[in-house]
Ligand binder design. Sequence first.
Ligand code: KG4
Ligand code: ZN
Length: 343
Amino acid sequence: LNHKNILGIESSCDDTGVAIVNSDREILANIVISQTKEHALYQGVVPEIAARSHLQNLEKALQSALTESQLTLTKIDAVAATSGPGLIGGVIVGSMFGRTIASVLKKPFIAVNHLEGHALTARLTGDIEYPYLLLLVSGGHSQFIAVQSFSKYKILGQTIDDSVGETFDKVAKMMNLPFPGGPEIEKRAKLGDPHKYILPRPIINQVGCNMSFSGLKTAMRLLIMKLPCLGDQEINDLAASFQYVIGEILSIKMQNSIIMYETFMREVQLKLKTFVISGGVAANNYLQTTLQQQAAKLGYEFVVPPGKLCTDNAAMIAYAGLERLQNNYLSPLNFCPRARWSL
Ligand code: KG4
Ligand code: ZN
C-alpha cells in the first residue's frame, strides 16, 4: 500500500537527468543526457548553453525514463527536483519542470539540495546506516561531512579554494586534454610515472581537515611552462604525479577528518565506522583504491557508489526525495531555486 515511485530531475550543471526510483530502492530508470559536446568547444561549461540544453533535453529524458521503467506519469507518487546549488539557469529550468509535473499530477513536490543527492547515494546503492563520515568530492565541492541523518549534516572541513574536480579540470586544460578533465587525467595517469615530479601539498600540516589546491594548480602551471616539450610521455607523467599527490592529500586529510568525526560523534557512541566517498571525483579508480587502503588502516569500512551514480544523475535526487517524502519533508510549489545552498 505504501509503495511509491519517485520521479527525480537533475539539471544543476551540464548533465540532464531524469530517473525513477521506488520505495524498495529500485532504480527503474536513470537517464542522463550529457552536454559534453556542446561545451567541449569552450573547454568548460557555459551556463546559458547549459540552461538551454536542459530545456531541450528534459522532455526527451522524461519520455525515455517512462519507457525504460514501463510506467506512465499517473504512476508517479512524488516529484523531486534539484533546486540548488548549481548554475542557476539550469536549476530553474529543472525545478520548474518538476514542479509543473507535480502540480499537474497533484502530487507532492520536493526541492532537493544537489549535495544531499550526492551525500545519500550510498544509501540508495547499499545498506548503509546513519551516521557515516562522507568525503564529497565533485566539480563544485570538496567537503568532509558527518552525515547524521538526511537533512542533518555537519561540515568538518572543506577546500578553502578550488574543489578537487575543478583542480582536475584546470590541470587537464593546461595539458590540452579535453573537458571534463578528471577522467582524462585518470586515463593518462595509468601510463605515467607517479614519482616523476615532486608536487606541493598545500596546508598538509594544518590541523583539521580543510584542504587547499590552488598552490598545487599553480605549481603544475609553472612546471608545464618550464618543460622543453609537452609530449605524450610528459603528459602521462604529469597526470600520474598529479593524481598521486591528490591521493596523498586526501589520505592525510581523511585521517584528520576521522579524528574530528569521532570527537564530534562521541555522544552517540560510534559503533559503525563507515567512510563514504561520493561526487564525480569519487568515480576515480585510483583514488578509490588509495582511500580504501587508508580506511582499512584506520579501521573504517569503505563505501563508494558505482561510478555512474558518483557523477551527476537524477537517481540520487529521486532517492533523496524518497527519504524526505517518507519523513514528510515536502516543499511548497513556489520554492525559490538557490544558486548557493549549503547542506
Ligand atoms: O558530481 P559531478 O558530476 O558534478 C558536480 O556536482 O560538480 O562532478 C564532476 C567533476 C568534474 O570536475 C570531473 O572532472 C570530475 O568530477 N570527475 C573525475 C572523474 N570523473 C569525473 N575526476 C577524477 N577522476 C575521474 N574519473
Ligand atoms: Zn554533482
